[in-house]
Design a protein around this ligand. Structure first.
Ligand SMILES: C[S@@+](CC[C@H](N)C(=O)[O-])C[C@H]1O[C@@H](n2cnc3c(N)ncnc32)[C@H](O)[C@@H]1O
Length: 231
C-alpha cells in the first residue's frame, strides 16, 4: 500500500483535551438549543469572527473554555453586564443547559459555541480580540500517561496569548494541586505575563463556585486560582 493511502497519514490524530461523553440531553435542553441557537449560538467557521458583530456591541470580550453545565458562566455574565462572554464547550447537555439558562434569565452578553476550543482559538479569534480568558477546572487528567491531554501546556498557551490584548488577563482555577503547580510553571514561563499575586491568587469576586469545584471540595480537594495579566 502506498503510504500516502494510510488513514493515519491522511488524518493525523491530534491529542484532544477531552473525551466526548455521551451524556443525556434533556428535552428542555434540546428545546433551548433549537429555539435559541440563531440568537446566541455560534457555529464553528474557518475564518476569523468579528466578535463585536457577534454580540451586537463593542464591549470587552472574555473567552471561557470548558463551561461544563454553564451555571457559573451565567452567574458571571449577570455579575459583569458590561462584558461579553464567548463560552465554549464540547459537551452537548452542558451546551443545552447554558442555552436554557440564558433564555430563562434573559442574559444578553453570552454567545455559546459547541466545538473544540483549541480549534476555535487557532482559526476564529483575531489577535488582540480578547480582554480576558477564563479556564475553570479544566479536566485534570490525573494519570501521568494522560498529562499530554491537559489544556494548560506551553504550546496551547502560546497560541492563546496573542489573542489577548495588552492589559488583558488570564484566569485559571483547579482543584488538583499538582496541576495547579504545572499551571503556575507554564504561565510563569511566558515573559509577557505578569502574576497578579505572589503565586496563587485570591478567588476574584466575580467567580462563583463552579459545579466541578463543589465536587472537588466534597472529595476534600483544595482550590487554586491563578490570575495573570498581559504586559
Ligand atoms: C472538568 S469540566 C469543568 C467544567 C466547569 N468549568 C466547572 O468548573 O464546573 C471541564 C470541561 O471542559 C470541557 N473541555 C475540555 N476540553 C475542551 C476543549 N478543547 N474545548 C472545549 N471544551 C473543552 C469539557 O467538555 C468539560 O465540560
Amino acid at each position: 500500500m502506498n503510504p500516502s493511502d494510510s488513514p493515519k497519514q491522511q488524518h493525523p490524530r491530534s491529542i484532544k483535551s477531552f473525551v466526548l461523553r455521551q451524556g443525556h440531553m434533556t428535552p428542555a435542553q434540546q428545546r433551548a438549543i433549537d429555539e435559541n441557537w440563531p440568537r446566541f449560538g455560534l457555529d464553528f467557521q474557518t475564518a476569523p469572527l468579528d466578535l463585536n458583530t457577534a454580540f451586537g456591541r463593542a464591549a470587552p470580550k472574555i473567552l471561557e473554555i470548558g463551561f461544563g453545565m454553564g451555571a457559573a458562566t451565567a452567574e458571571i455574565a449577570r455579575r459583569l453586564p458590561e462584558k461579553d462572554f464567548l463560552a465554549i464547550d464540547v459537551h452537548g447537555p452542558g451546551v443545552g443547559n447554558l442555552c436554557k439558562l440564558i433564555a430563562e434569565q434573559g442574559i444578553a452578553n453570552i454567545r455559546v459555541m459547541r466545538h473544540d476550543a483549541v480549534e476555535v482559538v487557532e482559526t476564529m479569534l483575531a489577535e488582540g480580540s480578547l480582554a480576558g480568558i477564563h479556564i475553570f477546572f479544566p479536566d485534570p487528567w490525573h494519570k501521568k500517561r494522560h498529562h499530554k491531554r491537559r489544556l494548560i501546556q506551553p504550546p496551547f498557551v502560546a497560541k492563546l496569548l496573542p489573542k489577548l490584548q495588552s492589559g488583558g488577563y488570564i484566569h485559571l482555577a483547579t482543584d488538583w494541586e499538582e496541576y495547579a503547580a504545572q499551571m503556575l510553571d507554564v504561565l510563569n514561563s511566558f515573559p509577557e505575563l505578569q502574576n497578579t499575586a505572589e503565586n496563587y491568587a485570591p478567588t476574584p469576586a466575580y467567580r462563583p463556585e463552579t459545579k466541578f469545584e463543589a465536587r472537588g471540595k466534597r472529595l476534600g480537594h483544595g482550590v487554586w486560582d491563578l490570575v495573570f495579566t498581559k504586559r
